[in-house]
Design a binder for this molecule. Structure first.
Ligand SMILES: Cc1cc2nc3c(=O)[nH]c(=O)nc-3n(C[C@H](O)[C@H](O)[C@H](O)COP(=O)(O)OP(=O)(O)OC[C@H]3O[C@@H](n4cnc5c(N)ncnc54)[C@H](O)[C@@H]3O)c2cc1C
Length: 476
């Protein structure tokens, strides 16, 4: 079936110089920004020679410098936002890479199809999600998005488009999944969706006394529940270290809904959108206010069961537009750490101890258990656990803390998530990603002149000369 949805925001814009950053708002970089609707326009931008290199940009929800390219070209993908086809029986969706998860939900959830996996915001593009090989609360069961991607077309540095799948150009397929836009521009993709009966989850909230109890609960429940996630109080110490509110959930069936909701089982409730209109003073977030918030959150969530709509369960922060402004003008950074199963308990204890003593983290941390890895060269997750925390950016104090966290991660064989990283060094990154050389080899074959480059790729030494991380880049 053809399934055309034209979107009015499609337009062609000529290059302008703009200062853009990542979701963390830590630093803005001057980039030559253009956008293109058609393949011909994309090719002509790449051939124009206006800048030496380019990087694709979706909705800029990566936290750091993955979708910026200082002094160089950035190509916005959001105008390429057409749905191409939907096989309604099989749930196979083909769409351009600028289509957002939010648009997929709006158009396809009422037809009984939902995303195979989803990050904690619906404001990401299909291209950005594939490039980061995003994961969700069901990683322990279904892995990351790469598992559901059937194929995509990639515009490469030579101007050629290549069809990539597990069978065709498979090396390039796996280098692009998790490859952060460095192999080329994903034009469109075919993704297997997941059938759902309702727009609700049946959630069981369980409070745990400490990290051991949290991990024990994950271990006992992971086979029974489609989704699991723990909100950890990262300021709790000693015997309370790692105390959490664990949410375990399955998709709700129609029978589980109250009678009055059944006729509109696939409709999400409408809610008023809140907004942070400007940057708030950074002093609002201090150890005292954070401790009070965390204490309240833990106390409010006793053991209970509830029906929760998908927006509330998967995207609690999306309700507040520009919530990233609560961190003030200096912005914030996220540390997302993965520990393999064999070391995760010890690694998490050391990391949580370091963080709780530093009194720097903000609000609650999120802990998830993770399942089998995809074959992506730079894909992030494998069996174990992943912990994510936001920190208000405080210059060298934050940089010192992050480098100490990096040491803990390396000691336990862990790694950082590229979509969240903004500060790590090339040497640390290389140690964390053992398949980096394989990735570089594929890149060399398909993009020998490094036409596709980002600020992050230069900082991490994936391409070109290594740019040292840290204060030197601050304020740029
Ligand atoms: C509130 C919040 C919660 C989040 N929760 C999660 C989570 O639970 N799990 C998770 O995995 N991630 C999570 N993320 C991170 C987010 O899913 C990723 O950063 C995602 O890549 C953002 O998509 P985007 O379209 O905004 O891409 P951008 O941030 O614009 O770009 C990200 C990368 O994708 C590349 N890219 C974009 N479009 C294309 C294209 N067409 N072709 C090739 N490369 C392209 C860019 O070059 C860049 O390297 C979260 C982010 C936020 C803000």
């Amino acid at each position: 079936m053809r399934f055309p949805i034209e979107n009015p925001r499609a337009e062609f814009r000529h290059t302008t110089e703009q200062r853009i950053g990542g979701w963390g708002n830590r630093s803005q970089q001057a980039c030559h920004v253009s956008s293109a609707e058609s393949l011909e326009q994309l090719r002509s931008i790449l051939k124009s020679g206006e800048t030496d290199s380019y990087i694709a940009r979706g909705l800029g929800r990566s936290y750091g410098d993955s979708a910026t390219n200082e002094g160089q070209g950035v190509i916005l993908q959001s105008p390429r936002n057409h749905f191409l086809s939907l096989d309604e029986r099989a749930g196979m969706l083909e769409c351009q890479a600028g289509v957002t998860f939010s648009e997929i939900i709006d158009h396809l959830l009422p037809r009984g199809w939902f995303l195979p996996t989803t990050p904690g915001t619906r404001f990401v593009t299909v291209g950005g999600a594939i490039a980061a090989d995003v994961h969700g609360k069901n990683h322990h069961r279904h892995g990351s998005l790469g598992n559901a991607v059937q194929r995509f077309r990639l515009l490469t540095a030579s101007g050629e488009t290549m069809l990539c799948s597990r069978e065709q150009n498979s090396e390039l397929f796996w280098a692009t999944i998790g490859g952060m836009g460095l192999t080329g521009i994903i034009l469109d993709a075919c993704i297997q969706l997941r059938p759902v009966e309702t727009a609700y989850c049946h959630v069981s909230y369980r409070r745990t006394a400490n990290l051991d109890k949290t991990l024990e609960l994950f271990g006992q429940s992971d086979s029974e529940f489609e989704y699991s996630v723990a909100w950890i109080d990262c300021l709790a110490q000693r015997e309370k270290l790692g105390r959490s509110v664990v949410m375990l959930a399955n998709d709700a069936t129609v029978d589980q809904l109250p009678w009055e909701r059944r006729p509109a089982a696939l409709e999400l409730p409408r809610r008023r959108q809140l907004s942070i209109p400007f940057q708030l003073p950074s002093s609002l977030l201090n150890p005292l206010s954070i401790r009070a918030f965390n204490g309240l959150f833990y106390a409010r969530h006793g053991d209970s069961e509830r029906l929760v709509d998908f927006d509330t369960f998967f995207y609690p922060l999306d309700r507040i537009h520009n919530w990233n402004r609560i961190y003030g003008s200096r912005g914030f950074v996220q540390y997302q750490a993965y520990f393999p199963s064999s070391t995760s308990r010890q690694g998490l204890v050391e990391m949580l101890e370091k963080i709780s003593h530093s009194r720097r983290a903000s609000f609650l941390a999120v802990l998830k258990s993770s399942g089998p890895a995809t074959a992506g060269h730079l894909s992030y997750l494998a069996p174990g656990h992943t912990l994510a925390l936001d920190f208000p950016y405080r210059g060298t104090v934050t940089e010192r803390l992050f480098s100490e966290l990096d040491k803990i991660l390396l000691k336990h064989g862990g790694r950082l998530y590229l979509a969240k990283d903004s500060m790590t060094s090339a040497a640390t990154f290389a140690e964390m990603y053992p398949r980096l050389d394989e990735f570089k080899q594929v890149k060399k074959t398909v993009d020998p002149g490094n036409l596709f480059t980002s600020s992050q790729a230069r900082r991490l030494g994936i391409v070109g000369p290594v740019v040292p991380p840290g204060p030197a880049r601050e304020g740029q």
